[in-house]
Design a protein around this ligand. Sequence first.
Ligand code: M6R
Length: 616
Amino acid sequence: MCGIVGYVGEKQALEVVVSGLRRLEYRGYDSAGVAVVADGTIQTRKKAGKLANLEGLLGDDPLPQSTTGIGHTRWATHGAPNDANAHPHVSGDGRVAVIHNGIIENFAVLRAELEAAGVTLLSETDSEVAAHLVSAELAQDPADLVAAVRRVCQRLTGAFTLVIVHADFPDLVVGARRNSPLVVGVGDGENFLASDVAAFIEYTRDAIELGQDQIVVLRRDGVEITDFFGEPTQVTPFTVTWDASAAEKGGYDLFMLKEIAEQPKAVADTLLGRIGSDGLLQLDNMTLSDHELREIDKIVIIACGTAYHSGMIAKYAIEHWTRIPTEVELASEFRYRDPILNSRILVIAISQSGETMDTLMAMRYAREQGSKVLAICNTQGSTIPREAAAALYTYAGPEIAVASTKAFLTQVVACYLVALYLAQVRGNKYGDEIATIVNELADMPGKVDLVLDTTEGVRELAQEFADAPSVLFIGRHVGFPVALEGALKLKELAYMHAEGFAAGELKHGPIALLEEGIPVVVVVPSPRGRGLLHEKIVSNIQEVRARGAKTIVIAEEGDELVVPYADHIIRVPACPTLMQPLVATVPLQVFACELATVKGHDVDQPRNLAKSVTVE
Ligand code: M6R
């Protein structure tokens, strides 16, 4: 939510900042703005709407040359997405410019205080108070901008990343971080700040994770990091494992299409190095000891959105392979319902971005209650893995499209690796049994590739149903979360009414939604794996057809039993039951992407959404 970039160095800051914003635009696209320090002044340009609008403005009204600058893309929280509420916000004297990500929870009190002191605020945002406060604090000691920022941070509550420049400090960018992401990029004679490494990957792969309540001072020749009280702090440098090309469209029209196509590699990369020559698992960063893992008597998975669906799938595998009772909860609900937690509960937090505030807050709560937290995450340097007791990274590479695709598949794979590792450590399965499942996993990149080769029919179907008033998705067992994921993709991309249901649940109410011609997508389990489930879903298909629905059936190659009941069939390669989500989800991603394209929507940046939801 909101993309932030700061730069100081020898290059033209505006070019670096705008190119960084382009890479971060997926974080929010309600408005964009930049500020540079030039000739003893702060110069800003900002514009509602996508970054292209700001670029247009910069073309009409260029900024002066400068080597120090900041930039912001906004996902609106406080105040409408208009020019006035766009960042940067500037102090009354025009000498401080601030960009902000997060929510300053005590902004109303601070705003009242500023107004009482005669300050005129020009926006409806919570963020603007920070610019005026920095200005007021600096007046106490005009030589020390950093100390002024520190004092302001001590007064703010809530979540904030602030990045600040001042007209009197032309070679300085100051950043502060509490609960919202901020990463430092370390260059040669230049340094960067950004919400995400993607912003500076073109210039450097050397980065530093910022911890909670830290202040970073960026100069051309160095980076200094302290806490909010000026004390030096421990920092964690890391090297970004992917390069700039990974964050480009690479010849595809859409990031989403590229990311769908990258799924075989993403799955293969997530397995890489984690399976020994004996077929057993060796998990990097598994800092929980075997003893601790044997002590666990319950698992709770917390996540949001697509990551939550991957957790739902994981539950089936974890319980089946380890016999550890497993619950899956929406992180936003978990945190506030007084859950029962203790040191024998392993909490698995799943997050592509590693910054989702609902998941982060739920995870912190679990830690406070004594539970061990294992993070499954795709983003190096992000908060969730850093604060977890152990982390397992998915190696999907940067996911730029707002709709999650390759992250989902790799989250399922990572959860399976954890489940198998638990089974191995706790002796729930023999080594050869684990090796068999590991081999099945290792076959999945090839099978996903086969699905990708046959998506033309899915695209045609999407075109056929573009005017449907509603699309229902049903599945059983692991097909149920796949159905939920198919519906979520359609809602967020095609803005269509879509619902996912457990197929057996349909007759308990939702079947009343069916009308003549409504498409119902059915995720059919393998007839070989759990035969009973197959029979049951065939009955469910008949129930919906009897009410005039058009069935789009996702069934494995060779399943002829469903043919008489399907209006349309999408074939996926035969797989063991628990592996089926890895192939069955892919056509649903393509279906949603194509429907959104047919409807003329912005697939990579759907309305009202942002990639990384860093507010609760
Ligand atoms: O970064 P996270 O995995 O924590 O994000 C969780 C959800 O916000 C995310 O999966 C969201 O539902 C996707 N946009 C769905 O495509």
